[in-house]
Write a protein that binds this ligand. Structure first.
Ligand SMILES: [Zn+2]
Length: 340
């Protein structure tokens, strides 16, 4: 479900036309800057690349072409940023409120990071996943009894293990994408978030319906994995269709949130409340994204705060997973004792 929030947060980042960039003054500033690499006296080293170099796809030119593309993006970002700062200064003098540019609020850059607060909160989400994932393994292999062959009694260990890895991967790309807005990074960020969301839906179904049998697991896994892979290929190689992606992600997200919500109420699980708290907390956090507001001190906007809310929720989710390990291991052990 934390994955669902991550994907929704992405969808909100891509609206391209905003009030700020429709302003003619801003537009001509960006255009001029991209042409001569300067705004008034201030010039940008990233804009000093030769525009007339032929970019063919001969292998030896591939790296060079990628490098030039990178430079070009950097130049565009610098121009947009400084034109925006100038424009916002003018607006402030006229007592106007801040407006969005290319779907984003006017943020203050720190050490070249475009959205510093979102970067920091994404990194903290990543750290929280790492902590949860690591303590889950310590519990599983060092603190609880194991079956013959050092296998845990808990049947969902491997599944949560992969979940931890996919979460770490997804938050890593979120950190990178909030640092620098770049086409290739955007695709990597989207793909990893969709993969995580699709996978957590499978995991939700397997755990909540108690599916332990390998054949049934494969039966659920295969069509869903095929669908998620096709969707990722479509986004990367056919069209990065934000509207369609939103529909796919919302359907997968709402489905798993509903399954967990119902399950936590009917399952008699000792830690049901932790899971329900994550579902409800995640839903409330989403309100932040709906009631978007400009960044406080150029740093903390609704989106960044939303990323902040998932940090404690991630802690609680891993805490639930660890309780689940203990609960099911105890259950299996008492069963095997009874059968002896
Ligand atoms: Zn984000």
């Amino acid at each position: 479900m934390v994955a669902f929030l991550l994907v929704l947060s992405l969808s909100a980042e891509v609206l391209n036309a905003s009030v700020g960039d429709a302003d003619p003054g801003y537009r001509s500033c960006v255009k001029q800057c991209e042409e001569n690499g300067c705004i008034a006296e201030r010039c940008f080293p990233n804009c000093k690349f030769s525009l007339d170099r032929s970019l063919n796809d001969h292998p030896s030119h591939m790296l060079e072409s990628l490098y030039l593309q990178w430079k070009k993006e950097d130049c565009k970002n610098d121009c947009r940023y400084y034109c925006m700062l100038d424009r916002e200064k003018e607006r402030k003098l006229l007592n106007d409120v801040p407006v969005q540019y290319h779907g984003k609020w006017p943020f203050s850059r720190i050490y070249g990071m475009q959205e510093p607060a979102s970067v920091v909160f994404s990194a903290l989400n990543m750290a929280m996943h790492f902590y949860g994932w690591k303590s889950f393994f310590t519990l599983l292999y060092n603190k609880l009894p194991l079956k013959f062959g050092k296998k845990p009694y808990y049947e969902y260990a491997g599944l949560w293990h992969v979940y931890g890895l996919l979460s770490l991967n997804s938050w890593f790309w979120s950190v990178v994408f909030h640092t620098r807005d770049f086409d290739l990074l955007e695709k990597l960020d989207y793909s990893s978030a969709v993969a995580l969301l699709g996978y957590s839906l499978i995991l939700t179904i397997l755990r909540s319906f108690n599916i332990k049998d390998e054949a049934t697991r494969v039966l659920i896994f295969s069509p869903l994995v095929a669908f998620v892979i096709t969707h990722i290929m479509f986004l990367n190689f056919v069209k990065l269709d934000y509207g369609w992606n939103m529909k796919v992600c919302v359907s997968m997200g709402v489905l798993q949130l509903s399954i967990w919500a119902i399950w936590s109420c009917v399952s008699n699980h000792p830690s049901w409340w932790k899971l329900l708290f994550v579902v409800v907390g995640g839903g409330l956090g989403m309100l932040l994204e709906i009631y978007d507001f400009p960044p406080y001190k150029g740093l903390f906007d609704a989106h960044a705060l939303w990323h902040a809310t998932t940090i404690p929720l991630t802690y609680l989710l891993w805490s639930f997973i660890k309780d689940d390990v203990q609960f099911l291991t105890a259950k299996r052990l008492s069963k095997s004792k009874k059968s002896k």
